[in-house]
Ligand binder design. Sequence first.
Ligand SMILES: C[S@@+](CC[C@H](N)C(=O)[O-])C[C@H]1O[C@@H](n2cnc3c(N)ncnc32)[C@H](O)[C@@H]1O
Length: 241
Amino acid sequence: METNFTNSYADITRATAYAKLDFPGTYYLAFRDLPELIENFTPKGQAIDFGCGAGRSTRFLQSLGYETTGLDISAEMLALAHQLDKQGQYRQIEDGRLNGVQSNHYELILSAFTFDNISTVEKKTALFREFYRVLKAGGCLINLVSSPELYINDWVSFQTTCFPHNFTARTGDLVNTIITDTDDPRPVDDELCTDADYRNIYTDAGFTLLKTHKPLATGKEPIAWVNETRIAPWTIYVLKK
Ligand SMILES: C[S@@+](CC[C@H](N)C(=O)[O-])C[C@H]1O[C@@H](n2cnc3c(N)ncnc32)[C@H](O)[C@@H]1O
């Protein structure tokens, strides 16, 4: 299916529902291993949270000791981020570039779920080139995205198998989810990007891929997992400039 793409998060109802999310269910697995991954590859310093939304991932990075600026294109999300973290640094950017962001300055960029919502390989590549520009030499980029498998299985926090087009989607195609952990039941529009295509994008932008991590539940957590113990819902790429 061809994508006629809009940012699902440029919407006050969605933003308000998303702002109440902490790290429930399937989301827990996205954040569980990040501290170790980040600390293994990045010294403390200045960080960017790209696609910070309502600031959940920004506050998370701050709690790890990184001086973090949250960047997003959605005014609705940023207003909530400011509200939830009055001392925090959050800024609206233009779609597709890091306007006003200093070159060769940052130790770390985290992008948590943002590339699920960014349309076209060309725009993704342009943004990775921007990340390359603003990171210090040796700086680390963590790109946390939905695995392609997320869209064809059901999960504690998502329904996806009710969308037949998800099963035939290729890179660039629209895929949908319903986030069951929020009180907004409307489908979220994502754009599929395969592992192979992400790797091409990283190479085109000049990055070295250090690690690809696919977090699984152990089965010992107090959560009634659906598929999370045998299929990884998320892919976490660790990249170096
Ligand atoms: C799924 S939310 C994740 C928010 C946050 N990282 C978190 O974990 O809570 C994705 C965010 O990416 C933002 N986004 C989408 N396209 C973007 C772009 N081109 N540049 C920056 N942010 C973008 C959306 O507005 C939304 O706030």
